[in-house]
Design a binder for this molecule. Structure first.
Ligand SMILES: Nc1ncnc2c1ncn2[C@@H]1O[C@H](COP(=O)(O)OP(=O)(O)O)[C@@H](O)[C@H]1O
Ligand SMILES: [Mg+2]
Length: 252
């Protein structure tokens, strides 16, 4: 199920390693079929432990296979019942639309309305990774490819949604805030979509200014100081969705 070597040995199969690869593939197939409680039982590490408006994000290890479980099933109250299925559906549909794009986790399975199982990316969040210069250009290429597929991420200002591995390969996760390009005839929507694309681009400018200032151009700095009203809205969607929801949760 995994496109890359994340779930199997990193070297090409040889006579001696072919058995290991076969076993890991079998483990991956078994992992993808585990129930929710079995997946949690095999969680090796929680990137997020969940909360009233947040999912649990777990690295699940089963034999030689690994995957990420994003799960709102234990999120309590109306948020878990009503909002979580919308967020999971948004992420699910984005992963389907981006299937096969190198740098985006492939989808293993939607458990149900509140949980997703996806490819584990062996990489670290941008803020803690000390990404090499070349990774910034590769990230730009990846974001452009995502936009060509018709997805604006809308939450790239949260730098933890971009990962980078030891070889400087960039990855993007967390598509709950995404906006999809509309049908060709839907000009107003597609105009709006382009504003969200620009918001993603300005998030990359912010990333360069913050983590690689030597790569930041005058245009990057200018972009940050001259955001249009819609870019601010896009930014607000990404950054404030949860704070807004938290506010409503508190004020029940
Ligand atoms: N497919 C993945 N591979 C590796 N790590 C991941 C993956 N998905 C998420 N993570 C890690 O979990 C963290 C939280 O996941 P994310 O989807 O951003 O949750 P949230 O929607 O709550 O922000 C990410 O910042 C990243 O460190
Ligand atoms: Mg996130």
């Amino acid at each position: 199920m995994c496109r890359r070597s994340a779930c199997t040995a990193t070297t090409p199969p040889t006579a001696s390693s072919a058995g290991v690869v076969t076993q890991n593939n079998a483990d991956m197939r078994a992992l993808a079929r585990l129930s929710r409680s079995e997946l949690h039982a095999h969680a090796r590490h929680y990137f997020k432990t969940g909360g009233r408006t947040e999912p649990e994000v777990a690295l699940v290890v089963y034999g030689g296979a690994q995957a990420i479980l994003k799960d709102y099933a234990r999120t309590p109250g109306w948020f878990g019942r009503l909002i979580a299925p919308i967020l999971i559906w948004r992420e699910y549909s984005a992963l389907v639309r981006l299937a096969g794009l190198e740098g985006v986790p492939s989808l293993h399975r939607r458990l149900d309305a509140r949980g997703l199982l996806m490819e584990y990316l062996p990489a670290r969040p941008w803020p803690s990774a000390d990404a090499p210069d070349a990774a910034y250009a590769r990230l730009r290429t990846l974001v452009d490819a995502m936009h060509r597929r018709g997805i604006a991420h809308c939450d790239l200002r949260a730098a933890g949604n971009m990962l980078v591995d030891d070889q400087g390969r960039p990855y993007i996760v967390d598509f709950v805030a995404r906006v999809q390009r509309g049908a060709r005839w839907n000009l107003p929507w597609n105009w709006l979509y382009r504003q969200f694309v620009r918001a993603d681009e300005s998030a990359l400018a912010k990333l360069r200014v913050r983590y690689a200032p030597h790569l930041a151009t005058a245009a990057d700095r200018q972009t940050l100081s001259t955001q249009g009203p819609l870019e601010r809205i896009a930014r607000a969607i990404g950054e404030n969705t949860r704070s807004l929801l938290r506010y409503f949760v508190r004020s029940r």
